[in-house]
Design a protein around this ligand. Sequence first.
Ligand code: AMP
Length: 254
Amino acid sequence: MRIIRDPRAWKETLRDQRKKTVSIGFVPTMGALHRGHMSLIERSIEENDVTAVSIFLNPTQFNNADDLKNYPSTFEEDCRLLEAIGVELLFTPTYDDIYADGFTYQVNETELTGRFCGAARPGHFTGVLTIVLKLLILTAADRAYFGEKDWQQYRLIDGMAKSLFLDTQIIPCELIREESGLALSSRNALLSLAQRKIAPYFHQIISSGITIDQMEQLLVEHGFRVDYIEEWEDRLLAAVFLGEVRLIDNVRIS
Ligand code: AMP
């Protein structure tokens, strides 16, 4: 696996790769890889000749300095997992290189960004869209894979790709859960042992078919702080806190 830091070198490498390859798949991540990430990568490997991955803990999408400071990092283990599964190319840019403009150029969406997760995390999705656009332009993959765990994020990225006529096809991938039902997330590593035991109730409660009021009440009784639970199109989207750790999930409404 080739590890490349410099954005221009990445762009050139991918351009050369495209001359010799039929299709390139791309999976952007913030590292601390788990089975959820790996399922996206497996799908990309299945559907493309070459798979490129990025690991970049993107500061502009964190509206809380402690959240960024505490975010888990397992870079060496991540590299081992990526090598073992057969990823050819890994992009690990630095902040200064990828934000040479000092984040003065930003991608702003004016409808969906302020709702759901965006309401409690001002600026979050602008940070996400800006970094994803940079990564998509630099990589110019045929397909890029995003998890349905972050449903609102997937929808915003898909909307951006269509709105800006990007050449990369945005592929949504199934949400991967633990056996308990808890959605896999890098932030699960930050839960205490006691919180770890409570966390599976989140998915159990939001998929139980009771009213949103009843869900909120039950979640509070189990020790969660509810950020939001809202229906949107055919989904129920939800975010809760256990202590300082924010967990998100969504289920399709039948
Ligand atoms: P992150 O490193 O959290 O930015 O996630 C990178 C990609 O992996 C995003 O497209 C996420 O939606 C996706 N992802 C994270 N957790 C899961 C999961 N449990 N199931 C499916 N995809 C996931």
